[in-house]
Design a protein around this ligand. Structure first.
Ligand code: F6P
Length: 428
């Protein structure tokens, strides 16, 4: 089996550990391993070699490659951010993957790259995604997906592991479902042979969830969420000392477009007086009173500081967004608190993964390769999750459907349903 791994959607800490795990486990299980640069966009762009022949990873110096199952290696080895891995349209990039200026090693015009053991060495400690991610408009079109199919077949790849959020995983499932028709179209266009069609009847796909928001149903945790939470806690710890010094209030905006997990958990882990989350919006008419009463009570018992956390997607019961500036004004005007706003932004998303965001992707990467090896046209495409500390496989479509149902329930003001879908125990 030839496996390609790609990362898609917003980056999250732990995505590199996914790539590392899929590549290493893949090699150990006798597969050929590839990465796709720049997510689905890379799949659509493919490799720029007209005759369909893949230029074997050129000028591979290390004899070490042979030591690892004979895999070609080191095209990517020792790469760090931006080293020749940037998305480029033309062929003008001749810096080479190793920054050497040796054009034979450049990755320009090549989005699918065969990788070996050494290429992913130490990747679990790196933040972001070293193979890049991009929002691909082209992949959303049937033409784009036909190109993607062609590019995979051209390289003989028959399995892909996708690490991304719900949108990315929906794309993966659609791609797998329409694969036979895409392949037929390529035969009709005489771009692939009937032999290639016979060999690529089915595309094996598995999804791993990379999202700092922890916003996917049917899994307890998404890759990157623990690290983001850790960043928020550190930020609140820092803010606490300055807030207490001046006896100030701080309103913190944290990420979480449709999900309040980061806000809620940060409130528990670092302490907050009041929290706003999308799944449990406060009454539009009374939230100001409610917040002021709570903060006032805490002040009365001697607190010198006030922390209010607002999830990015927080709303009130009438679906109006809760704005941090509005919260600040209320605290200032009604309680006379000297109040500041801090928006943590992308500091939550970047940086080195915490230990759990290395362990989880490593264990899930192993399960992902197993799922790919067992994938048949009769099995559903799986999403690898974690439930009660056990690595799980769940049908990808169901998880995505349920995640979308949460957003729908919120839009319909059925907040109880939204919470129950997120956490089945909430319903009891
Ligand atoms: O989906 C993760 C997330 O971090 C959201 O919380 C946030 O709204 C969004 O990504 C921001 O993404 P970007 O800046 O890449 O558009």
């Amino acid at each position: 089996m030839k496996i390609a791994v790609l990362t898609s959607g917003g980056d999250s800490a732990g995505m590199n550990a996914v790539v590392r795990a899929v590549v290493k486990v893949g090699i150990l299980k006798g597969c050929e391993t590839w990465i796709v640069r720049e997510g689905y966009e890379g799949l659509v762009r493919g490799n720029d070699h007209a005759d369909g022949s893949y230029p074997e990873p050129p000028t591979v110096p290390e004899a070490a490659s042979e030591a690892h199952h004979g895999h070609p290696t080191n095209l990517l080895a020792n790469l760090r951010f931006g080293d020749g891995l940037l998305l480029r349209d033309g062929t003008g990039d001749h810096r080479g993957a190793d920054g050497s200026g040796n054009s034979t090693r450049t990755l320009a015009g090549r989005y699918l790259v065969r990788v070996g053991w050494d290429d992913v060495r130490g990747w679990f400690a790196e933040g972001g995604t070293l193979i890049g991610t991009a929002r691909s408009a082209a992949f959303r079109t049937p033409e784009g997906r036909t190109e993607a199919a062609f590019n995979l077949i051209k390289e003989g790849i028959d399995a892909i592991a996708v690490c991304g959020g719900d949108g990315s995983l929906t794309g993966a499932d659609l791609f797998r479902a329409e694969w036979p028709s895409l392949v037929q179209r390529l035969v009709d266009q005489k771009r692939i042979t009937p032999e290639q069609q016979a060999r690529h009847k089915h595309l094996r796909i598995v999804g791993l969830v990379g999202s700092i928001d922890n916003d996917m149903c049917m899994t307890d945790l998404t890759i990157g969420a623990p690290t983001a939470l850790h960043r928020i806690c550190e930020a609140i710890d820092n803010i606490n000392s300055t807030a207490a010094s001046h006896s100030r209030a701080f309103v913190l905006e944290v990420m979480g477009r449709h999900c309040g997990w980061l806000a809620l958990m940060a409130g528990l882990a670092a302490g907050a007086d009041f929290i706003f989350i999308p799944e449990r919006p406060p009454d539009a008419k009374t939230w100001e009173d409610e917040m002021c009463e709570t903060v006032h009570r805490h002040r009365e018992i001697g607190k010198r500081k006030t922390i209010v956390i607002v999830a990015e997607g927080a709303i009130d019961g009438d679906l109006n967004p809760i704005r941090v500036d509005k919260v600040k004004d209320v605290l200032r005007d009604r309680l006379g608190l000297d109040t500041r706003v801090t928006t943590l932004g992308h500091t939550q998303r970047g940086g080195s993964p915490c230990a759990f965001d290395r362990i989880l992707p490593t264990l899930q990467g192993l399960e992902a390769v197993n799922a790919l090896l067992e994938d048949t046209p009769d099995t559903p495409s799986y999403m690898i999750g974690v439930r009660e500390n056990k690595i799980t496989r769940v049908p990808l479509v169901e998880a995505v459907k349920m995640t979308k149902a949460v957003a729908e329930a919120i839009n319909n003001k059925d907040f109880k349903k939204a919470m129950s879908l997120r956490d089945p125990e909430f319903a009891q």
